[in-house]
Design a binder for this molecule. Structure first.
Ligand code: UD1
Length: 337
């Protein structure tokens, strides 16, 4: 079986490529390298012992993508490619709608024209917006995202539902990730954000390595035990295994399926900082700042549907996340070469 990964040199794509190859799949990566570097491919080879094929192209370019499909004849696709910065999506919504929707629609056209009917889509827990109930299960209202980035995820999910209704040969898994974090335990792959990190864990590792002066905790007056927001942090290695499980699910002709991928456990910002300080054995400079617009106090998943139907479960803890994220940043202070 050959799996094509769009956004294959990105953070989650690269970790998933390794897990797929270690599970016996052939892997083809496509990426325009807008938010990732080609040296990732050397690292994938180093860790897995195999070099995936790689094509530098825009998923929105029908001719280029179609040529790769004709040449490689993939059996299924995992669609990671897309923009994902919430703040940027508020400032430039047209960019987000154009890019995230065009790439997805074009990919589906190319798949359809080449009779490739298995697709795993990188969705996000962001589709739930302000949670209807906690823990979040897949039946919760998934149309409440509070920003353009999140609304592109809602729209692509809807496009894929409509496609499955029109063309029953398609098998599609919508994976709604909670908060991906951590790095490969080899410290050869990890998260390499461009500019100031938006997310908590990469910000922490950059403070610890001396790239940033201090962590600003975004508000400690939320209705939670210690006043800081609670999230469900999932190790990128668990997430990568979740994609392998989803590919296996497609092989059983599942139609359209939707799974939350998270641990089912919530950790507050203060708990994550404490776990990180234990893992790195250092005290981090931090201050309490104002709330960040759009943050909800608490969100975590009910992971039982994925456990039952994918036979997959997150195994790594917040300690593992902090240790691996730190080892990656410490060994690669400026990210990939
Ligand atoms: C964010 C995105 C979400 C995306 C997810 C994973 C928002 C509103 N949501 O989720 O759409 O799917 O990342 O990429 O941006 N924090 C600090 N100081 C910092 C950074 C973060 O206190 O310097 C806090 C945040 O306020 C939040 C928690 O840490 O309470 C987690 O933040 P983050 O890692 O950005 O994840 P989310 O906001 O949950």
């Amino acid at each position: 079986m050959k799996i094509l990964l769009t956004g294959g040199t990105g953070y989650i794509g690269s970790h998933t490529a390794i897990e797929l190859m270690l599970s016996g799949y052939e892997v083809v990566l496509v990426d325009n390298l807008r938010n990732s570097k080609a040296s990732v491919i050397d690292r994938i080879q180093e860790v897995s012992g195999k070099r995936p094929s790689f094509y530098e192209l825009d998923v929105a370019d029908y001719t280029a993508l179609n040529t790769v499909f004709k040449q490689e004849r993939p059996d299924a696709v995992i669609h990671f490619a897309g923009l994902k910065a919430v703040g940027e999506s508020v400032a430039d919504p047209l960019l987000y709608y154009q890019l995230n929707l065009n790439t997805s629609i074009n990919l589906c056209r190319v798949m359809n024209d080449n009779n490739v009917t298995g697709l795993v889509f990188s969705s996000s827990a962001t589709v739930y917006g302000e949670p209807e109930r906690i823990p979040l299960d897949e039946d919760c209202d998934a149309t409440r995202a509070a920003n353009p980035y999140g609304r592109t995820k809602i729209m692509v999910e809807q496009i894929l539902r409509d496609l499955c209704n029109a063309k029953p040969a398609f098998n599609v898994a919508l994976l709604r990730y909670f908060n991906p974090a951590g790095a490969h335990p080899s410290a050869r792959l990890g998260e390499d954000p461009t500019g100031v990190p938006n997310n908590l864990v990469p910000f922490l590792t950059q403070v610890a390595v001396g790239m940033r002066n201090e962590l600003v905790v975004n508000g400690d007056d939320y209705p939670t035990e210690d006043g800081t927001c609670i999230r469900d942090y999932i190790h990128v290695q668990d997430l990568a295994r979740g994609h392998v499980a989803a590919i296996r699910k497609l092989e059983k002709n599942c139609g359209l399926v939707t799974y939350n991928l998270g641990t089912g456990k919530g950790h507050s910002v203060k708990e994550v900082v404490a776990a990180f300080e234990r893992a790195t054995n250092q005290h981090l400079p931090k201050t309490i700042g104002p709330r960040r617009e759009g943050d909800v106090p608490t969100t975590y998943t009910d992971p039982s549907l994925a456990e039952r139907e994918l036979e997959w479960k997150a195994e790594l803890t917040i300690e593992d996340i902090c240790r691996d994220a730190w080892q990656w940043q410490d060994a690669n202070p400026t990210g990939y070469p």
